[in-house]
Design a protein around this ligand. Structure first.
Ligand SMILES: [Zn+2]
Length: 118
């Protein structure tokens, strides 16, 4: 399950970001974008997160995952359509000259910290 390695890297990234920003607050939320074509299963990601977060900088944080769609664009007829899985043919004209755009990203969009007390 490569989601474990992904979450490990994610926690390291959060740690680095907090250090860089000089923040010491507790992390309450993480916002992730996991493209539908990224091959990453968000359920497994959550499972790995629960496994790895205790004792780390993101312990107790909530992980929000959005799953951006990909677009299939046809070079023959110009048709563009959102897709949930890879296609090799244009859904409209059946041509094979399609480009898949987006949907493969795996990014940490934002980190929300607990507001610091006075
Ligand atoms: Zn087409």
């Amino acid at each position: 399950m490569h989601e474990l390695a992904i979450v490990e890297a994610l926690i390291e990234q959060v740690d680095r970001e907090l250090h860089r920003a000089g923040q010491k607050g507790r992390v309450v939320e993480l916002n992730l974008a996991v493209g539908r074509l990224s091959g990453v299963h968000s359920g497994s990601l959550r499972f790995a997160f629960e496994l790895l977060s205790p004792g780390s900088v993101v312990e107790g944080a909530r992980m929000n995952i959005t799953e951006p769609q990909a677009d299939c664009r046809c070079r023959d007829c110009g048709h563009t359509e959102p897709i949930d899985e890879l296609v090799a043919q244009c859904p409209k004209c059946g041509g094979g000259n399609v480009v898949i755009e987006g949907g493969r990203q795996l990014t940490l969009d934002s980190i929300e910290l607990e507001p610091n007390g006075p």
